[in-house]
Design a protein around this ligand. Structure first.
Ligand SMILES: NC(=O)c1ccc[n+]([C@@H]2O[C@H](COP(=O)([O-])OP(=O)(O)OC[C@H]3O[C@@H](n4cnc5c(N)ncnc54)[C@H](OP(=O)(O)O)[C@@H]3O)[C@@H](O)[C@H]2O)c1
Length: 269
């Protein structure tokens, strides 16, 4: 039976839904009883109840009478799930975090209902994500502010036109993997230079996180930070010269372009 008085109905109780709801409850944006999660796996439903005290169901239709219906399933099951739903009259809005499902498709599926696409990234799991929002026609400022508040519970939020979402996916969506690859490579460098791996990991993580904090807190451009640590004839310029010879900059640019193109391609399937 459909739940009443819901602020947030969630379809798909997986990793990203959990990150969001943990953040929302931590920030006390909604109370547990205002949230319901529809999830096919009984063990996952039990986890949701024990850990967060939210309402759960295995019937997607049960959560549709919410102020916001959040789609957090894999894109591959979107058609099957959407085809089985009937939104109640006057449904207030649908938010989708599904990569590649366009506003046009959402609007066609949920007729006369405001729809918003959101592209969060994995650091949301520790409250340090960044989410890009693209709103469909007819979404009011008040509604968009509500959606923004949901995603602010797990980090920063930016608003973009839908045409930018593929680039966002290729940059901040895929970005954690690029950073992980860079961290791993630097660790290997430390090991090659004779450091134990654990120590190399600690040094790299603190260096990456500290450099980011420095750029954010002092509003420094990357070039300014680079120039500050690069003394004439010193160690850093020797290292940087090797990176430039290996065209690392060009490789990162090409990686973002390729990931953007792949996101666009997947969205057309
Ligand atoms: N993780 C990220 O960094 C990230 C970033 C941006 C966007 N996204 C998007 O977020 C969405 C979810 O990603 P995720 O990482 O959270 O995936 P996930 O952990 O696999 O979550 C999907 C959940 O949906 C459930 N589910 C499957 N079929 C269902 C159905 N018919 N009805 C209701 N629930 C169903 C799954 O249950 P079972 O396990 O039983 O199949 C699972 O719990 C994806 O569309 C992805 O594109 C994720």
């Amino acid at each position: 039976m459909a739940f009443r008085d819901l602020s947030l109905g969630v379809i798909g109780g997986g990793a990203m839904a959990e990150a969001l709801i943990a953040g929302i409850l931590h920030q006390q944006l909604y109370l547990p009883e205002q949230i319901a999660v529809s999830e096919p796996q009984a063990t996952r439903r039990a986890h949701w109840v024990e850990r967060y005290g939210v309402r759960t169901t295995d019937c997607n239709q049960d959560v549709t009478a919410a102020v916001w219906l959040l789609l957090a399933i894999k894109p591959q099951v979107f058609l099957e799930v959407a085809g089985s739903l009937t939104l109640p009259l006057g449904a207030r809005g649908v938010v989708s975090i599904l990569a590649g499902v366009s506003l046009a498709t959402l609007t066609k599926t949920f007729v006369d209902t405001p729809v918003v696409r959101a592209m969060p990234n994995t650091p949301a799991l520790v409250g340090a994500g960044i989410t890009a929002l693209a709103a469909g026609d007819g979404v009011t400022h008040v509604q968009l502010n509500q959606v923004e508040a949901i995603f602010q519970a797990v980090g920063q939020v930016v608003r973009v036109p839908e045409s930018s979402l593929d680039a966002v996916t290729g940059l901040s969506g895929s970005g954690p993997a690029y950073v992980a690859l860079m961290v791993e490579a630097l660790m290997d460098g430390g090991v090659a230079a004779g450091l134990p791996r654990d120590l190399a990991r600690q040094l790299v993580l603190a260096t990456v996180s500290g450099s980011v904090q420095l750029m954010v807190q002092e509003n420094l451009q990357p070039a300014q930070l680079k120039d500050r640590v690069t003394s004439p004839g010193g160690t850093t310029i020797a290292g940087l010269a090797v990176l430039e010879q290996a065209a690392v900059r060009g490789a990162f640019i090409a990686a973002v372009l390729k990931a953007t193109a792949r996101s666009r391609e997947l969205g057309q399937n």
